[in-house]
Design a protein around this ligand. Sequence first.
Ligand code: FE2
Length: 220
Amino acid sequence: MTPTKTPWLGRRSLIAGVSATATMVLLPTGSSLAQGKLTATPRQGEGPFYPVEWSGDIDADLVVVRGEAAQAIGQVTHVSGRILDLAGRPHSGAVVEIWQCDANGIYRHPRDGGAGRGRDLGFQGRGRVTSDASGRYSFRTIRPVAYSGRAPHIHFKVVLPERRALITQMYVFGETLNAQDVVLNNIRDRQQRDSVIVRLLPADGIEPGALAGAFDIVIG
Ligand SMILES: [Fe+2]
C-alpha cells in the first residue's frame, strides 16, 4: 500500500504544541540572550548540493515521499524553531528551506550519487515551508549523518518577505566529528558557533522512536 501523508498532517496541531514546549526547554542551544539581544545566526556556505529542482513533493515531511512505498531510512527527527530578529521579534512569512543527505550519505542532486551509490528514494532530500505568525517553522526529517569529512548537518536557507536571505547549517550536539568540521569551526565566535549546534532528544511524545530538536534562526 502506498503510504499517504494524511495521518501525519492530521496530527500537526499536536506536534506544534509539543514543539513549542521543546523550544522553551532547548532555547539555550538555539539562541541566547545577551544584553537584550539574541545571537545572530552565522552565515555558512551553501555547499555544492543545493537542490536543483523543487517540483513535486517538497513539503515539511521529508520522511515520506508521495508515491514511494517505503519511508526514509534513518531515525525520524523533528526539527522546529522560530525565525527571529535580534530583538526576538518573529519574522513571519519567511520561506524556510532545508536540504540534507540521506542515511547513505547521498544528496538528492545530480552531482552526487555516482555509480554504485544508491540514493534512498524514500527520502525527500529537501523541504520548504513558510514561517507562521509567530515565526515558527517545523520539519519532520531524519537525524543527519556524516559524509566525507563533514559532521552531520542540515542545510538551511531562509528568505524573508523583503528578500533578505540567510544560508546556514545546523549541527548535532555531542557529535565527536563537530570538533573536526571545517565549516563549523570557521565560525570563530564561540556563541555563534554554539548557536548552530542543537540537542536532539528523544521525543516519543511526538512519535515513538523519534528525536526532536529546536533551532531558532536569528536574522539581524
Ligand atoms: Fe552538506
